[in-house]
Design a protein around this ligand. Sequence first.
Ligand SMILES: NC(=O)C1=CN([C@@H]2O[C@H](COP(=O)(O)OP(=O)(O)OC[C@H]3O[C@@H](n4cnc5c(N)ncnc54)[C@H](OP(=O)(O)O)[C@@H]3O)[C@@H](O)[C@H]2O)C=CC1
Ligand SMILES: CCCCCC/C=C/C=O
Length: 318
Amino acid sequence: MTADIRYFELNTGAKIPSVGLGTWQAEPGVVGDAVATAIKAGYRHIDCASIYGNEKEIGLALKKLFEDGAVKREELWITSKLARSDNAPEYVQEALNRTLRNLQIDYLDLYLIHWPVRIQKGSVDFNPENLVQPDIPGTWRAMEALYDSGKARAIGISNFSTKKLRDLLAVARVPPAVNQVECHPSWQQQKLHEFCKSKGVHLSGYSPLSSPGSWIKGDVLRHPVVGMVARKLGKTPAQVCLRWGLQMGHSVLPKSTNEARVKENLDVFDRSIPEDLFAKFSEIVQARLIRGDSFVHHTCGPYRCVEELWDDKTISNV
Ligand SMILES: NC(=O)C1=CN([C@@H]2O[C@H](COP(=O)(O)OP(=O)(O)OC[C@H]3O[C@@H](n4cnc5c(N)ncnc54)[C@H](OP(=O)(O)O)[C@@H]3O)[C@@H](O)[C@H]2O)C=CC1
Ligand SMILES: CCCCCC/C=C/C=O
């Protein structure tokens, strides 16, 4: 196993940098500095979304970095995502244009349908009455038009189960390049991983540290297997989780707004997890952290329960 896994090649032929900076819950007032710190430290991939509410500040930071000559647009990989309230064919083009205006760029490297979920345009809260049946084939045709236009150089999906991905592949003219899903040593997505691999869809792992500081409060960084591997390799638990993702073949999107941790999370290319230690990760009990409970309801919207959202009868084996 070569230690240097800097890129993964997508089905478009493009190379996605293997470590991207996450920006969800990166607060206004600090997210711009985090992006600047990351890019100066060597990150070339920023994971954004309209729903994160911080694309304007990221755009300002990018503009300054370009003006100062710290990086060129073509050296960066910028992903953004179609919000749930824009998940309808007629809203897709304007949603992308809004994101491009906010980010102050003229194309995205990757545009994803954020969730297989639609809420009424203008909804801001989690009222279940706002949940609407999405027209995924229709939205995908609108995404394909963005791909054809060159404004989105790759298109993909996020939070799609194996079944939802299979259904999409059956109607897609342009196959999705990426499925961005929760993925870390305590939610390894084995079945989805195999399916994506068999179809040439790159799996990008979100919450690769299990989102420890947020309300999600995942604790994979404290798992004994992660700790043991970290001690043996002389790396931190976070670096071990990220390295595990890279060796699985996934790009990873750690979020940090702390300068030292931003740098720590990119320092994952000098050591591989050897096979005997890598095998230990199969002992880790699996549980999904981001269940999407707010997107299901016993009477409203298309999904009656989380098992229907994920097409999975065993959301967790805990
Ligand atoms: N498509 C989707 O639906 C989703 C996409 N995402 C994407 O994935 C990104 C990452 O996921 P996210 O849920 O943010 O969680 P992560 O797993 O990246 O964890 C982020 C948390 O870990 C802390 N942290 C960062 N680095 C370290 C470290 N080296 N050691 C210890 N703690 C650390 C951060 O705090 P601090 O900032 O203080 O360092 C923050 O609290 C998101 O930001 C977003 O871009 C996430 C969820 C859903
Ligand atoms: C209250 C439910 C929110 C689900 C998490 C959505 C995370 C999105 C990040 O991209």
